[in-house]
Design a protein around this ligand. Structure first.
Ligand code: IPM
Ligand code: MN
Length: 355
């Protein structure tokens, strides 16, 4: 064997398994990352972080500042899922997930939807090549920014508002990321919005996207969000990179997941493209308490999220190995249990690098 390699690349990754199936699926993702790291000549130091519904119910803590400070010191975060029916809606969503997105400036939510061989897409008529798209979801503004409130609570005139916040800078940086991604792929970018009704925000998005797409040299198409849903089902080949606001991106990415094998397969990367701090990678699915602890969860979404993480860390080959391993396992017939998934993925990863 060779001398110990002093120049070995090393990354510190926070492992935040969370609740329900989160620990089960991220355990497999970790094993896959370690396997591919060993073969591609880098190492990962995992730092366990305990947060989520269980932790909140036991301690009352959602995201303490010292924990956030620890996360800031890492290169990336691998998150499983957080949530439980016992926790009131909003506590962990706003207090943990959205706070992480805001505090770490994770302004892009990257959500690829790719139909892979062996997967019955929900529609059943699409060619694999027609359904290989990426949704670039703005991740810190829009209706998620937290603007709005409730007044006259408990009276007949109680009123509740949620305001969609869209800043020129926030839209521009998100579109710039999407345009650069489109330039590396097909050169086609589609803005999805609802400019015929949301005329203020729509106009800002439209003007900004037009300018930035031209600067990046990519073709810009536009679709209203309702029509985009129809096209995604009927004619997804028209899309390659979609850029859209926070809520539209949330909804479209679940549709994208349904069309490409379900939420169990869908990955996401909450990116800080400026790299002023770690990015957070998580499967799109939730904690799935109904199947938690039964060994039935598919780790594919978590493994594909790890692939996005490795790619973001500059380990593109390792990321591609993980992506290819998931494709190969699916093509051979999707395993029925988490353990079978792990075994099949690790076997593939061995072959991939030896070949
Ligand atoms: C997602 C989820 C979250 C979102 C919730 C849990 C806050 O649905 O990551 O898509 O709406 O962004
Ligand atoms: Mn969602």
């Amino acid at each position: 064997m060779s001398e110990p390699n002093v120049s070995e690349r090393g990354y510190v990754v926070a492992h935040l398994p969370g609740d329900g199936i989160g620990p089960e699926v991220t355990a497999v993702a970790r094993q896959c990352v370690d396997a591919v790291a060993a073969r591609r000549g880098f190492s990962v130091e995992w730092r366990p972080v305990t947060l989520g519904a269980e932790h909140y119910l036991a301690t009352g803590e959602v995201l303490p500042d010292p924990v956030l400070d620890e996360l800031r010191k890492t290169d990336a975060v691998l998150l499983g899922a957080v949530g439980s029916p016992q926790v009131k809606p909003g506590v962990l969503e706003r207090g943990l997930l959205l706070r992480l997105r805001a505090e770490l400036d994770l302004y892009v939510n990257l959500r690829p939807s790719k139909l892979r061989a062996g997967v019955g897409g929900a529609v059943g008529k699409h060619q694999l090549s027609d359904l290989d798209l990426v949704i670039v979801r703005e991740n810190t503004e829009g209706l998620y920014a937290g603007a709005g409130g409730t007044v006259h609570k408990g009276t007949e005139f109680e009123s509740a508002t949620e305001e969609s916040l869209n800043t020129r800078a926030g839209v521009a940086r998100c579109v710039a990321y999407a345009a650069a991604l489109a330039a590396r792929r097909s050169g086609r970018l589609t803005l999805v919005h609802k400019t015929n009704v949301l005329t203020h925000a729509g106009d800002l998005w439209q003007r900004t996207a037009t300018e930035i797409a031209a600067q990046a040299g990519v073709t810009l198409d536009y679709a209203h969000v309702d029509a985009a849903c129809l096209y995604l089902v009927d004619d997804p080949g028209r899309f390659d990179v979609i850029v859209t606001d926070n809520l539209f991106g949330d909804i479209l990415s679940d549709l994208g997941a349904a069309l490409t094998g379900g939420l169990g397969l869908a990955p996401s990367g909450n990116l800080n493209p400026g790299r002023t701090g770690p990015s957070v990678f998580e499967p799109v699915h939730g904690s799935a308490p109904d199947i938690a602890g039964k060994g039935l969860a598919s780790p594919a979404g978590a493994v594909l999220s790890s692939a996005l993480m490795l790619d973001h860390l500059g380990e593109e080959q390792a990321g591609a190995d993980l992506d290819a391993a998931v494709s190969a396992v699916l093509a051979a017939g999707p395993p029925g249990t988490t353990a079978q998934w792990a075994q099949a993925l690790l076997a593939r990863l061995d072959q991939a690098v030896e070949a």
